[in-house]
Design a protein around this ligand. Sequence first.
Ligand SMILES: [Zn+2]
Length: 179
Amino acid sequence: MLFIPDSTRQRLCSETHHDDALRDQICRMLKKSGLRPTRQRIELGKLLLTGGHRHVTADELHNEALAAGVPHSLATVYNTLNQFVAAGLLRCVNLDGARSFFDTNEADHHHFYIGDDNRVIDIPAEDIAFKALPEPPPGYKISAVEVVIRLERDASRCDDALTETTSAATLKKQEPAFS
Ligand SMILES: [Zn+2]
């Protein structure tokens, strides 16, 4: 007979319960957003929507899914991410028209983009003030203003600390998304 120590049994039980609770949480989130809780949405949702705010590319999530033992094709991952965006569970941050990051932070905010590291960092909305916004064309109103501030490493500084890099970085403001 297989003997399982009490401590191991308790750990396994609590992990199962934790997994079930997470699954229920994702199911509720999907249903609330009008999405049917399919297996791939639940599995990818569990990877994405738990554990704090993140920015991921479809490639990164695809690799995470493979590592977690839930292999889905890159096309499935990409489609699921876009469905999450359409349902309001994620935001899509487009860079250069080709690279897209999927952002789990739904609150209004802006971004630093570190091209060298291909990394996106949140900037709280209140940290950027606009003196004046252009008048939108007739028949339109501004629904969102999103700024991407591109950073490059400052060669004159050898300190790699992020705070140093950002404070001394060359800032280039991108046009607001609605223009
Ligand atoms: Zn973000």
